[in-house]
Design a protein around this ligand. Structure first.
Ligand SMILES: *[C@@H]1O[C@H](CO)[C@@H](O)[C@H](O)[C@H]1NC(C)=O
Ligand SMILES: *[C@@H]1O[C@H](CO)[C@@H](O)[C@H](O)[C@H]1NC(C)=O
Ligand SMILES: CC(=O)N[C@H]1CO[C@H](CO)[C@@H](O)[C@@H]1O
Length: 228
C-alpha cells in the first residue's frame, strides 16, 4: 500500500507540469487577446531545434540569438533567462511589451520585438526549449517561431507587415492585459528578411531556484518510490 501511494504521489507531481502545453497555452492565451490572431501550434521539429540551442547554453546569464533556420528560412526567436519556469512568466514579460507598442505607429523596436513576434499573426508554429541553470541564473528559455515575425519590408513602406500582423487588442479584452512581476532579461529578434537585432540583456532576478527545488523534490520522490 505504501509503495502504491508514493508512486501515485510521484506520478501526480510528474503530470502536474508539462513544458510543451504550459508554454504553448501561455502563448495562445496572449494571442487570443488580440483581434483576429489564430493560435500557434507546437511543432516538435522546431522544439528540437530550440532544445538543442538551449542545451548548449553556457549559463552565463547572457542572451545571444541562435541564428537558426528551418526549411531554408530564418526562425523567429524570443529568449529569456531568470523567470519562473513553471508559470512561464517569461512569456508574460514578452507580451507585456505591448505597453510600449504604439498601434498608431506600427513598426519594429527592440523594446517591443518580443511582443510583436509573440502575437505575429502569420507565425503558425512554435517550439521552445529550456535549460535549468540553477543558482542565480535560473532557467533559460528559447522559443522559435515559424514563419518568423518582425519582418521588415525592403521598400518604401518598411513596416507594412507590422500593420498586417500585429493586431490591436480585441475590445472585449481591452482591460485584461496581465502585468508580469518579473524583471528578468529577455531578448528577441527575427533572423529573416531584412530585420536583424542584437540581443538585449538586462540584469535578471533569478527565480529559477523554485523550479529546481521542485525537480529535486520530484527526483527524491521517484527515488523513494524505487527504493520502497
Ligand atoms: C513542423 O512544421 C513543418 C513545417 O510546417 C511540417 O512540415 C512538419 O510536419 C511539422 N512537424 C511536426 C512534427 O509537427
Ligand atoms: C503614436 O503614434 C502616433 C502616430 O505617429 C503619434 O501621433 C502619437 O504621438 C504616438 N503616441 C505615443 C504615445 O508615442
Ligand atoms: C482571453 C480572452 O478573453 N480572449 C478573448 C478576447 O476576445 C476575443 C473576441 O473578441 C475572444 O474570442 C477571446 O476568447
Amino acid at each position: 500500500m505504501i509503495q502504491i501511494c508514493v508512486i501515485l504521489i510521484a506520478t501526480t507531481i510528474c503530470a502536474a507540469f508539462d513544458f510543451e502545453s504550459t508554454y504553448l497555452e501561455r502563448h495562445n492565451h496572449f494571442r487570443r487577446l488580440q483581434e483576429d490572431t489564430p493560435d500557434l501550434n507546437w511543432n516538435t521539429s522546431i522544439a528540437d531545434i530550440a532544445q538543442s540551442y538551449a542545451d548548449k547554453y553556457s549559463c552565463d546569464g547572457k542572451l545571444v540569438h541562435s541564428g537558426n533556420g528551418f526549411h531554408g528560412q530564418g526562425l523567429g526567436e524570443n529568449l529569456a533567462v531568470g523567470f519562473d519556469f513553471q508559470s512561464a512568466t517569461s512569456v508574460d514579460a514578452w507580451y507585456n511589451e505591448i505597453k510600449l507598442y504604439n498601434f498608431s505607429d506600427p513598426g519594429f523596436a527592440e523594446s517591443t520585438g518580443h511582443f510583436t513576434q509573440l502575437v505575429w499573426k502569420s507565425s503558425t508554429i512554435v517550439g521552445c526549449g529550456f535549460r535549468n541553470c540553477g543558482g542565480q541564473v535560473g532557467t533559460y528559455i528559447v522559443c522559435n517561431y515559424f514563419p518568423a515575425g518582425n519582418i521588415i519590408f525592403e521598400g518604401n513602406d518598411q513596416f507594412m507587415f507590422f500593420r498586417e500582423n500585429v493586431q490591436p487588442l480585441a475590445s472585449s479584452n481591452d482591460t485584461s492585459t496581465s502585468s508580469p512581476t518579473s524583471t528578468a532579461a529577455a531578448a528577441s529578434s527575427s533572423t529573416s528578411a531584412a530585420s536583424s537585432t542584437s540581443a538585449t540583456s538586462s540584469k535578471s532576478k533569478g527565480e529559477g531556484n523554485k523550479a529546481e527545488f521542485n525537480y529535486m523534490q520530484l527526483i527524491s520522490l521517484l527515488f523513494l518510490a524505487v527504493i520502497i
